[in-house]
Structure formats: structure tokens, C-alpha cells
Design a protein around this ligand. Structure first.
Ligand SMILES: O=[N+]([O-])c1ccccc1O[C@@H]1O[C@H](CO)[C@H](O)[C@H](O)[C@H]1O
Length: 520
């Protein structure tokens, strides 16, 4: 059984959900991604789909409809993102703040923000958008949801990141995003300001969604379709250090300016965490091969421990080698971890490619995890989603156990599947929740489960083709229509408080290479 006080919910972001109103009154043309997805070169090269976010599901206007659908499902938690560029479409750089630098490591130790700075920021902020997000959060609260507000979900204001120029000029431009310390400083201001404006109605905050996706896909995987699409290991390292630094400063600022408790069930006025993907999900291809084992270890260390150890204990692996650590207490600060889990990774050894990133000694093995072919089963015989992602529910157990080492409360903040025909999703939901339930019964506590996503939305470089919604959205009429079997199974698990009895009913039948459910 799941405990009585378990949180059930959904997660969403700004860029992927908000836009799509008929008259284009609520488009936000001020992010790096806005420019990235309409760039001719990117479209010609097939790096992005050509779909545009302004043709999206219009949660900007239809948020109440969505909140009601979520309520009818029986949910009591909802995670949203506040889009930085909507609040500050123009630079906040000219609002002067003092900060101190740790010159040994070139990191920002501390930043001085007080009431007068916040008042200056208030002059700059787009008050219409402030009022809008206040309405959204209030609508959720009125309906009984506990709200998580996430501050950064991949997108940056265009005044901080011009990804097209960054790509063309090999990152030598000045608006070069997370490799620039300015972004760290401005993020701290943004976090302070948002905490000041919404502290009375929000208790749960996260600084970042999946910072390592920005690092790895932005600077180490130029074909991924993520901005700025440059291969540069030095930049990857710098972006990562800056995001660690930005988390630490934002953590302190939110704690400083949100002193007001909003929810009855909160222990603190501000619980500030981080949402992180792929925690400990790398497995060796060959379990008996020392080198493959080491490859998986290095992958897990580079991808999740390096960042999470820094913000949990102030222990930073400054050489990025898994060996040389420095103790930087000012990086410390994290109250909870959100685990985003979709699938595993299977890796094998590959000799180090980058002198500055000696931990990169791993290569993904095609046929497992994220590296499968849509419509085929994985090498282990597991079904695969429209994204080409293997269904591997066992992996979420390892993620939970791995995340426990940081000693803070855990939430599953994303879990879901691109499955336009809704053939695999019911099984996906039941099987992952069954593993979470079992883990819980063994004493591995997770406090909530947020599905990705309530509705279809804009899947980054892949656009609208990937359908993650419990509700299908017609992009012309913006109508939401339930994917019936998934909606049914999810709400049954919630109302019954268990997956038991449902696992058999929603198992998949294998027919040759394809998987079908009982109705299909
Ligand atoms: O966006 N990603 O490239 C990515 C790679 C691996 C795991 C999660 C992940 O990002 C996550 O994925 C889901 C579904 O794809 C959403 O798009 C969400 O915005 C993102 O946080």
C-alpha cells in the first residue's frame, strides 16, 4: 500500500505547455529555445522538428481546465515552471548587486541582495506575468493541490543566451548562457525575486529541472537538437560548475526571502530542492567485465554524484576525475530531490576521449535504455516507446536507493512515456508504481509520484509528434481527450492506494516483436 499522505500529481514546464492561444497574445518570444526551434539551419539539418511552440496546447489560457482534469483524477500535487523570460523579458544585469568570488576556484561565494534590490527588480518585472502566475498558483491551491514551483526548465532568457550565435561563433559570443558567470548572478536575482513575490503561496521550490540534460545535450551531443549544439568538453565542465553554483545561490536566496508558510502540511516556509534525471541508472553491458563495470560507475558519478555531492555536502570533485575533492561549504544546500525516471542506460567501456573530462569512459550500447528503436523490443526483450526508450521499471528502484544516500526526502517528479496509441502506457504506469510501492514496503520511502504529463505537449527538438499525455490534445481545437485506459488505471491506483490486483489486468501480451494490450 501507498501511505495515506502520499502525494499524487503531474509535472509540467512553461515552454512546453503554455503557448498556443488562438490570437498569439501569450507567446513568449524571449527564450533561447524560441529562437533555436525556428532556426533555418537547425530545421534543414533535421536537428529540430520544425514544429513551433506557439502551436501548442495553450495551458496559458486553459490552466483551469487542466487543473480540473487533474483534480478529477484524484491528484493533490502539481508542479509548474515559472518562465524566467516572461518575468524578465529584458536584462536584469543593470540592477547592481555585490557578490564575492572564491578566487581559488572562480566560484561565487555569496551574493548580497536586499529589499532595495528586490524593489528595483520589481520595477523591471513584467507585472502582468506576475499576476498571471499568481492566478495559476491560486487556482491550484483553491482546488487543494500542493504546488511545486520549478525555476529553470532548460530555457534561458534570450538576453542571456543566444544559442544560434553561440553555435556559429563556437561559444565566443557574450550571450553564451551557462558558461557565463553572469547567468549565475542573474539566476540568483531571479530566484530571490520570485521567492519574494510568491513566498506567501508557495512552500516547495526547485531550482533546476535536469541540469545535466542542459550540460550533456548542449555541449557534448551536437546532434541531440539541444542548444547550443556545440561539442566542447571545457564548456560542459564550466556549465556544470556554474549550475552547481547557481543552485547554491538560489537556494540561499529562496530561504532568505520566503519566510511565510503557505501550506498546512509544510514543515518549513521554503523547502528548496532540485529535480534531477537519471540518478544511478547506468548499468554495465557485461556484468562480469571489470571495465564495463567501471564505465557504468564513471557514468553514474559524472552524471549524478558529482553535482549532488557538491550541493549536499559541499564536496566538489574539482578535477572531474572522481578522485580530487575540495570542501566548499558555500555550495551546500538542498532540502529534497526530485527523481525524473524514464528508463535505464546500458554502457560499455570506451577509452577517455577528453583530457578535461577523464570520467567520460563510457559509451551507450544500442538496443537498451534510451538507445532503442521505436516499434521494436529492446535487446532484453522489453517494449520500447515512441521515443525509442525501453520500458525498464526495475530501474526506478535503483534510482530511489541511490538517491537515498543524500539523506533528504525524495519525490518522483517525472515518469511517463511517449505512446500516442496508449498501448504501452497503462502497463508503464502500473509497473513503475508497483516497483515504487514495493520499495516503499521495504522501507525505501518516496513521498510522491508526479506523472509526465497530464496532457500532450511540446517535446523539445521532437516537437508535437511525441505524445506524453494522459490526455490527448487536439492541436487545432485544443480539446483535451482522455487516453481512457491510462486515465482509468492511474485513478484506480490512486483511489485504491495500491497497484495490487491491477498488475495482472494491465500486463502486456507479446505478439512477435510487438506488444499489445488486451484491447489492442
Ligand atoms: O529532455 N531530455 O532530453 C531528457 C532526456 C532524458 C531524460 C529526461 C529528459 O527530459 C525530460 O523528459 C521529458 C520527456 O522527454 C520532458 O520533455 C521533460 O521536459 C524533461 O524534463
Amino acid at each position: 500500500m501507498f501511505p495515506e499522505n502520499f502525494y499524487w500529481g503531474v509535472s509540467q514546464s512553461g515552454f512546453q505547455f503554455e503557448m498556443g492561444d488562438k490570437y498569439r497574445r501569450h507567446i513568449d518570444p524571449n527564450t533561447d529555445w524560441w529562437h533555436w526551434v525556428r532556426d533555418k539551419v537547425n530545421i534543414e539539418k533535421g536537428l529540430v522538428s520544425g514544429d513551433l511552440p506557439e502551436d501548442g496546447i495553450n495551458s496559458y489560457e486553459l490552466y483551469e481546465v487542466d487543473h480540473n482534469l487533474a483534480k478529477d483524477l484524484g491528484l493533490n500535487m502539481y508542479r509548474i515552471g515559472i518562465e524566467w523570460s516572461r518575468i524578465f523579458p529584458w536584462p536584469t544585469t543593470y540592477v547592481d548587486v555585490d557578490y564575492s568570488i572564491d578566487s581559488s576556484y572562480d566560484l561565487v561565494k555569496d551574493i548580497k541582495i536586499d529589499k532595495s534590490i528586490l524593489e528595483e527588480l520589481d520595477e523591471l518585472a513584467n507585472q502582468r506575468e506576475i499576476a498571471y502566475y499568481r492566478r495559476v498558483i491560486s487556482s491550484l491551491r483553491d482546488k487543494g493541490f500542493k504546488v511545486i514551483v520549478n525555476l529553470n526548465h532548460f530555457t534561458l532568457p534570450h538576453w542571456l543566451h543566444d544559442p544560434i550565435t553561440a553555435r556559429e561563433k563556437a561559444l565566443t559570443n557574450s550571450r553564451n548562457g551557462w558558461i557565463n558567470k553572469r547567468t549565475v548572478i542573474e539566476f540568483a536575482k531571479f530566484a530571490a525575486y520570485i521567492a519574494y513575490k510568491f513566498g506567501d503561496i508557495v512552500d516547495m521550490w526547485s531550482t533546476f529541472n535536469e541540469p545535466m540534460v542542459v550540460v550533456e545535450l548542449g555541449y557534448l551531443a551536437p546532434y541531440s537538437g539541444f542548444p547550443p549544439g556545440v561539442m566542447n568538453p571545457e564548456a560542459a565542465k564550466l556549465a556544470m560548475l556554474n549550475m552547481i553554483n547557481a543552485h547554491a545561490l538560489a537556494y540561499k536566496m529562496i530561504k532568505k526571502f520566503d519566510k511565510e508558510k503557505a501550506d498546512k502540511d509544510s514543515k518549513e516556509a521554503a523547502d528548496v530542492g532540485i529535480i534531477y534525471n537519471n540518478i544511478g541508472v547506468a548499468y554495465p553491458e557485461n556484468h562480469r567485465n571489470e571495465k564495463d563495470i567501471k564505465a557504468a560507475e564513471n557514468d553514474n558519478f559524472f552524471h549524478s554524484r558529482l553535482f549532488l555531492e557538491a550541493i549536499t555536502w559541499g564536496k566538489l570533485n574539482i578535477e572531474f576525475d572522481g578522485e580530487t575533492f575540495v570542501n566548499l561549504p558555500y555550495l551546500k544546500g538542498n532540502d529534497w530531490i526530485g527523481i525524473n525516471y524514464y528508463t535505464r542506460e546500458v554502457v560499455k567501456w570506451s577509452d577517455p576521449m577528453f583530457p578535461t573530462l577523464p570520467l567520460i569512459t563510457f559509451k551507450g550500447v544500442p538496443g537498451y535504455g534510451y538507445a532503442c528503436r521505436p516499434g521494436m523490443s529492446s535487446k532484453s526483450g522489453n517494449p520500447v516507446s515512441d521515443m525509442g526508450w525501453e520500458i525498464y521499471p526495475e530501474g526506478i528502484y535503483n534510482s530511489i536507493v541511490e538517491a537515498e544516500r543524500y539523506g533528504v526526502p525524495l519525490y518522483i517528479t517525472e515518469n511517463g512515456i511517449a505512446d500516442s496509441k496508449d498501448v504501452l502506457r497503462p502497463y508503464y504506469i502500473v509497473s513503475h508504481l508497483a516497483v515504487i510501492e514495493e520499495a516503499y514496503e521495504e522501507g525505501h520511502e518516496v513521498r510522491g509520484y508526479l506523472h509526465w504529463a497530464l496532457t500532450d505537449n511540446y517535446e523539445w527538438p521532437l516537437g508535437f509528434r511525441m505524445r506524453f499525455g494522459l490526455y490527448e490534445v487536439n492541436l487545432i481545437t485544443k480539446e483535451r481527450k482522455p487516453r481512457k485506459r491510462s486515465v482509468e488505471v492511474f485513478s484506480r491506483i490512486i483511489s485504491e492506494g495500491t497497484t495490487k490486483g491491477l498488475q495482472d489486468e494491465f500486463r502486456l501480451k507479446v505478439r512477435g516483436e510487438r506488444y499489445e494490450n488486451d484491447s489492442g
